[in-house]
Design a protein around this ligand. Structure first.
Ligand SMILES: CC(=O)N[C@H]1[C@@H](OP(=O)(O)OP(=O)(O)OC[C@H]2O[C@@H](n3ccc(=O)[nH]c3=O)[C@H](O)[C@@H]2O)O[C@H](CO)[C@@H](O)[C@@H]1O
Length: 355
């Protein structure tokens, strides 16, 4: 039986594209397993999808000072040892990595076992984990054509991002009834990335009275971030994290306010949803979301509001503008080439397995 091991995690953007590939490979008779961090979001998501999950120790690669920076290299080393032994036992034909810091020990473990590795980079510029992994990878798949220039030419393939098939199969009526919403007022979905975004959560709640005058609001606010004070308010529905119902919530929404994580914005592009993007700042990230957002703005798929300019008033103004330009944004998205990377990556996996 053909066997593949997946890795990737830290946040859901480094996990959900794997779900799209795993579903298809499982259906084609592959044996699939996952190696991820023992306390990362990937454990919950992968177990939820019914794929065997093998936890390892991992350390975060931080760009800022933290006492954990002294302990984490030891955890990464421990993770390399665990991955090496796991992979020697599992004996996969191939390893596929979606990036994130947990993937580094797994890729080193694969390389030590001489197992071919395909990695995928979601963002406009490669993340630190993928930069470390690239020399050890057989192939490097990318989402944006512009990312090809950061990868050695004989390894780079522009495949696009794998998107879960069910994302485009949501039912608006199910989404509305899940939130207890009606059809008379437009629906705004707010999602601050898979872990939630404090700044966006605060701005939404500070402008809630104004926003609720115009919209019904679905707010995916991240684990532990549901506000008890606003819970149960008519027209305002909060979720920490959503699994199967996400496609229905997407279908029920007229526009979306989102961080500019690559996985999210390509899903919204596939759905032609007018989006207002609030990218992570340079202070809190390497700036990848700023580039993702600028690329989408330039192509006419999204409006962008910088976090530095985020106030309750600017949020309301920009949401109204996004709704107003909804038809224009939708048309631009509908006429664009919208790559779903799933087929191209499956071909690479299959080809690698045969050679
Ligand atoms: C803080 C951080 O490191 N952010 C990075 C992370 O973002 P993050 O992990 O937030 O990733 P994205 O926003 O790109 O993707 C989130 C994924 O989670 C799913 N989802 C979200 C909410 C929910 O309730 N249920 C659910 O299933 C979305 O549909 C999507 O598939 O990875 C992205 C790469 O992909 C990067 O571009 C981001 O810069």
């Amino acid at each position: 039986m053909k066997k593949i091991v997946f890795t990737g995690g830290g946040s859901a953007g480094h996990v959900t594209p794997n779900l799209a590939l795993m579903a298809r490979l499982k259906a084609a008779g592959w044996d699939t397993a996952y190696i991820g961090s023992k306390d990362g979001i990937e454990k919950e998501i992968v177990e939820h999808a019914g794929v065997p999950f093998h936890p390892i120790a991992s350390g975060k690669l931080r760009r800022y000072f933290d006492v954990k920076n002294f302990k984490d290299p030891l955890n990464v080393l421990k993770g390399v040892g665990q991955s090496y032994r796991l992979l020697r036992r599992l004996k996969p034909d191939i390893v596929f990595s979606k990036g994130g810091f947990v993937s580094v020990p797994v890729i080193i473990g694969s390389w030590l076992n001489r197992i071919p590795v395909i990695i995928h980079e979601s963002d406009y510029t490669p993340g630190l984990a993928n930069k470390i992994a690239m020399p050890l990878a057989t192939r490097v798949c990318v989402t944006f054509p512009e990312t090809m220039r950061h990868v050695r030419r004989n390894k780079a393939v522009c495949t696009g991002l794998p998107i879960r098939e069910q994302i485009v199969r949501g039912k608006a009526l199910n989404g509305l009834s899940l939130c207890d919403f009606h059809k008379q007022k437009p629906v705004l979905l707010v999602v601050g990335g898979s872990l939630g975004a404090q700044k966006i959560n605060e701005a939404v709640r500070a402008s809630l009275d104004m926003l609720l005058g115009k919209f019904q609001i679905i707010h995916i606010c991240g684990k532990g971030n549901v506000s008890a004070e606003h819970e149960g308010r008519r027209g305002y529905k909060q979720f920490e994290f959503v699994y199967e119902q996400l496609p229905d919530l997407f279908a029920a929404s007229d526009a979306v306010v989102s961080r500019a994580g690559s996985t999210s914005i390509f899903e919204l592009l596939a759905l032609c949803k007018p989006m207002l993007l609030i990218p992570l700042t340079l202070q809190t990230s390497r700036g990848d979301q700023l580039l993702n957002a600028e690329s989408f703005r330039k192509q006419g798929f999204a409006r962008v509001l910088f976090e530095e300019d985020l106030t309750p008033e600017s949020l309301l103004r920009e949401v109204l503008e996004t709704m107003k330009s909804g038809e224009e944004l939708r048309q631009r998205m509908a006429s664009a080439t919208r790559l779903n990377g799933t087929d191209a990556i499956l071909r690479l996996i299959d080809h690698r397995h045969r050679t």
